[in-house]
Each structure stands twice: as structure tokens, then as C-alpha cells.
Design a binder for this molecule. Sequence first.
Ligand code: NAD
Ligand code: MG
Ligand code: MG
Ligand code: MG
Ligand code: MG
Length: 335
Amino acid sequence: MSSNTSHPTLADARIAVLGYGSQGRAHALNLRDSGLDVIVGLRKGGPSWERAKAEGFNVAEPGDAVRGADLVAVLTPDMVQPSLYRESIEPNIKPGAALLFAHGFNVHFGQIAPRADIDVILVAPKGPGALVRREYEIGRGVPCIWAVHQDVSGEAEAKAKAYADGIGGGRALLIKTDFKEETETDLFGEQAVLCGGASALVQAGFETLVEAGYQPEIAYYEVLHELKLIVDLFYEGGIARMLEFVSETAQYGDYVSGPRVVDAATKERMKGVLTDIQDGTFARNWIAEYQAGLPNYKRLKQADLDHPIEQVGAKLRARMPWLQANAPKAAAEPL
Ligand code: NAD
Ligand code: MG
Ligand code: MG
Ligand code: MG
Ligand code: MG
């Protein structure tokens, strides 16, 4: 497609993209449309193999894709990366080639100790794969953060920036970070605010209303459904835009009651969450949990799925047809 001459560093490079999920598919398609040479590495018979082939890619087993590649992008789930590295990357990656991650977890927490003769870089778009692809297709891009962990070629930074350009990030904004900052802030955000904090806030609000005798259907609308309207305003224009659009009564309630719910003690506990991330406690527990076959993960997930807000929500969403069309897309975008 439209070839792009703005990345001389990777112009003659072979790029192996391992994984064809949310990020992998978007990166592979954008890099190819930027005129770069892409091969997709997947397990034969795995869920994405046929899709990548159908979308015109040269697809190979991970080890074969890595052999001969000048840049290897590791875009599989984080917990499978250490074995993938040991079995398919370490024995096959060329000296001087670059190993690229979209999340620094395994390198930062020592689960992957990259060979000393390769570059190790990070490029993480600040958006899900579907957005990375959609923005690229309309000639724009999603901002990316980038980092260098190891530079043996002297060109690690140029490679990271060229890759970020190739997926469209250079059209928007590139921000320099390091593996520690990317890893720790990503984990903190999803735990304290985005996934953990927001879902716990919604469940506690729902329980408070229902325990006080209000109808669960009404509670669902007030504490979960309408959250989207607020978050969309945050996304478009920050908290300032939300304040512009809600009533004076809602604003006054925000000012006096918000700090009663999320107070200095909450912030202290957030600092505890951050400390567990920084000192490796969270990573150690998560790796042990994964290796034990996810017993607590499955139990805690089931408790969330069994929460009464889910039953009432399913019933109400079935009467809001505009949500049905969107449901599969949202479910396919893990953080
Ligand atoms: P995903 O679960 O959507 O896709 C994973 C892909 O890897 C699938 O194609 C799967 O078939 C393949 N795969 C699984 N095991 C494999 C193996 N052993 N060998 C080869 N391929 C295998 O993953 P994702 O959400 O795109 O995440 C990929 C990386 O990107 C992770 O490091 C993640 O932290 C990071 N990241 C994701 C997002 C996001 O929005 N999803 C944003 C920024 C960074
Ligand atoms: Mg994140
Ligand atoms: Mg994350
Ligand atoms: Mg939760
Ligand atoms: Mg209301």
C-alpha cells in the first residue's frame, strides 16, 4: 500500500511480529502499509494463524519467523513471553537484531534476561489495537511511548522511533520512557484506577444503594451505566469538561462528597499498591499464581461474575439494543 520513506533505519529490515491479537494484528498491518517487510510468527493451528494468512501475511512458527529477522516484536500475552523467549527467540535471534516489547513486565521483573548481543527496546501505543489500526487507516496515529533497555548496535533509539513511526505513532506523539516507568505505571493504573479501582467503586456504590432498599435496576443505571457518559467527558476534555456538562447540583455534590469517598486513607492504600508493584511483590505473586494454574484468579473472577450487579445488568442491557452491537468489540480489547 502507501509506502512511507520516513524510516530509513528499518527500510531494509525484516520485522517478525510474534502474536496476532489486539496489538500484534494492528502493528503488523500498519508496518506493512508503511512499506516495511513483515513476517508474523504464530503457533501452527493456534487461533490467529488462519486470520493472519487470510490477511495476506507470510506466517511461520515463532522460531522460523525470528530466524533472519532484524527486529522481533513480542506481542503475545505477557505470561507466555518467558517460555517463548527461551524456546523460540533466544536460540534464533541474530546478533545485533532488536527485541521489541509493548510492555516491559518480563524484562523489568527479570523473567526474560535478553542476550547481551541484541538491542532491547519498547514501543507501547497508548490505545488498544483496534484504535491503533483505525487511526492509521485514516492517516493519523495513536501516541506511543518508547524506551531503550539495551543498545548494542548504537541504533536502538532510531529503531524504536522507526517502529513507532511505522505503526503511526510518529504522526501523533512519541514520549520517551524507560522499562521501569512503563511497567510500574501501567500496572498501577490498571490496578488502582482503571480496572481494580473503578470496578470496586461501582460495586460498592451499587451495594450501598441496594442495601438501603433501592431497586437494583435503578442502582445499575446510576452507578454503572452512566459512568460511560462521565468517562467520555474525561477522555475528551479532562475533569474540566465533565464539570462543564453536569448540573450545578452534581458539581456541588462532587466537591463535598468525592473527598469523603476517596480520602487520604484511600491514597495511602494506593501508595501501598504502588509499593507492592515497585518492590516486586505483585509480580512475584502474579507469576506464582499463574504457575499454580490460577486458583485465586479463577475464584476472584467468579466472585465478580456472580456479583448481583451482573445479573441485573445482563437483563437491562438486553433491552438496550445499541449495546448489543458494541459488546463483542469491547470484550476483545484487554488492557
Ligand atoms: P492478545 O491476547 O490480544 O494476543 C496475543 C496473541 O499471541 C494472539 O495472537 C495469540 O494467538 C498469540 N499467542 C499466544 N501464545 C503464543 C505463543 N506461545 N506463541 C506465539 N503466539 C502466541 O495480546 P495483546 O493484548 O495484544 O498483548 C500483547 C502485548 O501488548 C502484551 O505485552 C501487552 O501487555 C501489550 N499491550 C497491550 C495493549 C492492549 O491494548 N491490548 C496495550 C499496550 C500494550
Ligand atoms: Mg496499560
Ligand atoms: Mg497492562
Ligand atoms: Mg474488581
Ligand atoms: Mg443520575
